[in-house]
Design a protein around this ligand. Structure first.
Ligand code: CMP
Length: 140
């Protein structure tokens, strides 16, 4: 499996609890390298654009208001099989279903305040990285 990149976010519930380092450590322990990182306070409009794929879902308003409620750390991760590896380390979307040792099992508060986001496929990863980073901000 080739080295690939994926996109990750440490969400406002986690930054508020000072968990940026603890979550990043779990990603690094899993063999992923942080090749881009910045802390942003996204606007509601940015949250709506980023999560546009979910705009018909009943939780869209709750999701976007939450994402605009405080700082988020947006990151690009690099490593072998990075998309799948990151999803494995994050655990299931709903922390009640997340496996032991995963980020969401350890840190997430609820399905909405679930501490992290990770791209679900290589194509989505490319779009999500491009949403937040210029090419020269990603340094592997
Ligand atoms: P994420 O990986 O960021 O992708 C979409 C997000 O929508 C998801 O994580 C959850 O935080 C959120 N989400 C999914 N289902 C629900 C739900 N039923 N209620 C609130 N938020 C949800």
């Amino acid at each position: 499996m080739a080295i690939e990149r994926t996109f990750s976010m440490i969400k406002p519930d986690a930054t508020k609890r000072n968990l940026t380092g603890a979550i990043t450590a779990k990603l690094e322990e899993a063999g992923l390298s942080v090749v881009a990182s910045k802390r942003v306070w996204m606007s509601l409009r940015q949250a709506e654009a980023f999560y546009a794929v979910h705009k018909e879902r009943p939780f869209f308003g709750e999701l976007t208001e939450f994402m605009a409620s405080g700082p988020t750390v947006v990151q690009v991760l690099e490593g072998e099989n990075a998309v799948a590896k990151n999803r494995e380390v994050m655990g299931a979307t709903n922390p009640a279903d997340a496996a032991e040792g995963t980020i969401r099992k350890e840190f997430a508060l609820s399905i909405g305040e679930n501490s992290v986001h990770g791209s679900d496929a290589a194509e989505t990863a490319a779009e999500e990285m491009a949403f937040w980073f210029a090419g020269n901000e990603i340094v592997g």
